[in-house]
Structures are given as C-alpha cells and as structure tokens.
Design a protein around this ligand. Structure first.
Ligand code: DC
Length: 226
C-alpha cells in the first residue's frame, strides 16, 4: 500500500507517520526532511534563499537520501545532517525554497521513485494531491494552532532551542499561509482524504485511528478482489 499523510506543521503527522510505518513494517518517507536538506545546502553554500535560479541550480546537483535506521537519517551528499535541519533558520529557508518549481520537480521525482513499489508511508504537504494522487489511503492532519505551537515548543526545548509562545504562533501562521498559498503544489486536502483533527488526541489515539483506517481500506480492497 501507499499511505499518504499530509498536513500542517505540528499537526502530529510526522510522529504518526513514523509509528504507523513501524507497526506495518513499511518505509517512512519524511518529504519535509528533503526540503530541509535543500535549505541546509543553501545555507552552507552562502546562496541567497531568495535567488530562485541559484537555489534551483544548486538543488539539481544535490544528493539527498533518507536512510532508515532507528528513525530516519538524512544524508546530504553522503554527510549525515539529521541533527542540523530542525532549527528555526533551516525551517524558514525550507519554507521559502519549497515554493520553487525546480526544487519541487527534483524532489517529487525522487519521492515517486522511493514510493512506487508500495509498503510506504509518505508524509508532507502534497503527497495525496500531487505526488501520489492514487495513494491507497490519504490522511489529512490538522490541529488548532495553539496546540501545534505548544507541541513545537516542547520539541524545540528538547533540542535546547528556546522560542517564546507568541513567536511560535506567528511563525506557524506565517508558514501555514506560505505553504497553502504558494502557486505550485500548495498544502491542500485532497478531495478523497480523511481529515484527522489531533487537537484533543493523544499520540496513541492518532496512531490507532490511522491504523484502523488503513485496516478498513485493506479489507475493502480484499473484498473487491474476491
Ligand atoms: O514538514 P516540515 O515542517 O519538515 O516541512 C518543511 C518545509 O517543507 C515546510 O515549510 C513545507 C515544505 N514541504 C513541502 O512544501 N512539501 C512537502 N511535501 C513537504 C514539506
């Protein structure tokens, strides 16, 4: 099966995608991490993130790999950058460079290649709409912005980065707007995606809900075959 999970930052999609993939023994493909890898490459090469053609040219020659270990490791030109891509600076640049067509085209090709044989949970913003519009299961994760801000602050505190609550709300609102209004592949619920609002759900509840939707779909596909 191909399972597509899209949604906003902090909606719980990454955690759920990781745990669902683990339970099903599927590959977990975090497509946001690939945009973050491009952002880090931009930072490291001192290119202006606003310079679309320079960023697109740089991206063409990048080798980005997701290695499955205990969690995903992100490799940029064979260097392990997993711990370098979650800070605020990379986050802001990732949002910018993900609006460039040349960046999206290259990463989209790689994502389709990684997912084409099935047995995958892909998470991002455009998986159910653009990357795999025929995915077997499409989930769209949302949560109230206040709850998403609290979750993000916790994650950042765990990594030793301090951000205040109001700044985080503003940052999330800015990114939601940028991600959902960009011209190419904006964040959007696919018509046939099932929405999961995680505001009041625990991680266990999110994972069980997602797994029950997958299991229902499997049964349906089985019964159609018979
Ligand atoms: O999910 P994330 O926060 O790690 O994603 C980082 C950025 O990449 C985010 O601003 C949106 C963008 N992104 C995208 O445009 N398309 C995807 N499929 C995944 C992420």
């Amino acid at each position: 099966m191909i399972i597509a999970i899209d949604g906003t930052a902090g909606s719980g999609k990454s955690t759920t995608a990781k745990l669902v993939a683990r339970r099903l023994h599927y590959l977990h493909i975090d497509t946001g991490a690939m945009y973050r890898a491009v952002a880090l490459a931009v930072l490291q090469s001192n290119i202006d993130p606003e310079d679309r053609s320079a960023v697109e040219e740089l991206t063409r020659n990048l080798k980005i790999r997701l290695r499955q270990s205990n969690g995903i490791e992100v490799l940029l030109n064979d260097a392990n950058i997993t711990d370098l891509i979650r800070n605020s600076e990379v986050t802001a640049i990732a949002s910018k460079v993900s609006s460039y067509g040349g960046v999206r085209d290259k990463l989209a090709d790689e994502q389709r290649e990684m997912g084409k044989n099935g047995g995958v949970v892909l998470e991002g913003r455009d998986i159910g709409t653009v990357i795999f519009p025929d995915a077997d299961v499409k989930l769209f994760f949302t949560a109230d912005i206040e709850e998403r801000a609290r979750r993000r602050l916790h994650e950042m505190a765990d990594r030793g980065e301090e951000v205040d609550y109001d700044t985080m709300i503003a940052d999330l609102a800015f990114r939601d707007h940028a991600d959902s209004t960009r011209k190419i592949s904006p964040l959007k619920k696919a018509d046939d995606a099932i929405t999961i609002d995680t505001t009041d759900l625990s991680i266990d509840e999110q994972v069980e809900l997602a797994l029950s939707i997958v299991s229902d779909k499997k049964k349906l596909q089985q019964s159609v075959k018979e």
